[in-house]
Design a protein around this ligand. Sequence first.
Ligand code: AMP
Length: 211
Amino acid sequence: MNVLFMGPPGSGKGTQSKLLCERFGMEHLSTGDILREAITNKTEVGMRAKSFMDKGEYVPDAVVIDLIKARLSSLAGKGFILDGFPRTVPQAQALDKVLIELSLALKGIFFFNVEKDILVNRLSARRTCRSCNRIMNAEQLSADPCSVTGSPCDFYQRNDDKPEVITKRIQVYQEQTTPVIDYYKTNSNFLTVDGTLPADQVFQIIVKKLN
Ligand code: AMP
């Protein structure tokens, strides 16, 4: 089963991806996570992407399209969740092409709808585990063991979750990603979800649509 999650930063895509992966054992393909890993590993792609990401801008289409193509080609039949890709119309067109080439289809295309004020509050309070990418509110950090290290999660505030970058990210999203929603809207597998609902309710809506 293959699924696409779309929505502004802070709309809950990452949280729902984790829940869906746990339930169905799918591969979580987050371009943001892949790029942050490349930055940590100081790869050429990472070095190129960092300056865009720190400013809240999008990384060039060609870079993320190549990353996703490579990941999709190596899945060997495992289902996947695309989280944060495609973010531009050329990325959506490239994805259509690669899905056809690999004889893959999307069973659900979910758009998480959340107003700007709520996004700003969520992103400012968001903390991310350096190892497993778990996302939590700064006020309610969990002491549960990290699924990667086994020690408590190592939560930090992403550079682009700092107030000066958040507004820019939301602006870039509105300019470049809103047209992608129109691109998918007429697809029979498309569903708009109220991303302000509690995470467990959002999850139930998603599972129901996929069943
Ligand atoms: P995210 O973790 O999804 O919020 O992504 C963090 C940052 O990574 C974004 O603000 C962009 O700079 C970059 N990024 C992630 N996915 C894409 C994409 N599909 N296209 C362009 N830039 C991306």
